[in-house]
Design a binder for this molecule. Sequence first.
Ligand SMILES: Cc1cc2nc3c(=O)[nH]c(=O)nc-3n(C[C@H](O)[C@H](O)[C@H](O)COP(=O)(O)O)c2cc1C
Length: 180
Amino acid sequence: MRTVLVLFAHPAFHRSRANRAMADAVRDLDGVTFHDLYETYPDGFIDVAHEQGLVLQHDALVLQHPFYWYSTPALLKEWQDLVLEHGWAYGEGGVALRGKDWMHALTAGGSEDSYRAEGANKLAVEALLAPLRATADLCGMRWHAPYAVFASRLKSDSELHTAAAAYRARILALQRHAQD
Ligand SMILES: Cc1cc2nc3c(=O)[nH]c(=O)nc-3n(C[C@H](O)[C@H](O)[C@H](O)COP(=O)(O)O)c2cc1C
């Protein structure tokens, strides 16, 4: 069974409904470490050695976050900027992440229809994640299709519960190493 590090980033988790439901659905799974970046680093100063150590202990990275301006919240970008060092994650001698998995689990305020060519956002979520995919590729990681919850703010508690259960199933599949 592959181990999973959930890198969770939500700057206002106390107000979250969608990510809270999703977090509750996966944090107790065997082989899953749920790592709340904003809770761990309230001042924004990331402990790079600690983060690299955590990454090395796991086979898969799941970046769980609300979609902010078609990308991740700022602390998760900071995490990429600092933790994915040259000579460690990529470049000469940078093989630490090779063969690991990378998957996004995100919540979007926009509807699924809005993420189509004819919709308000024009591009699909996976297309918008291109820089992150390129990052995973450069680090020799295996990209998995994102798990996205759309219209996140309009969903009822029961709809969020269903979406969270599907997220849990995606993590279990990733642990079994099922391909998308
Ligand atoms: C700063 C900011 C940027 C956002 N950018 C987007 C966006 O680019 N696309 C989108 O669909 N929703 C966007 N949203 C809406 C959030 O994705 C939505 O509030 C979140 O998914 C709700 O999840 P939660 O209940 O866990 O907070 C944005 C919200 C904020 C506060």
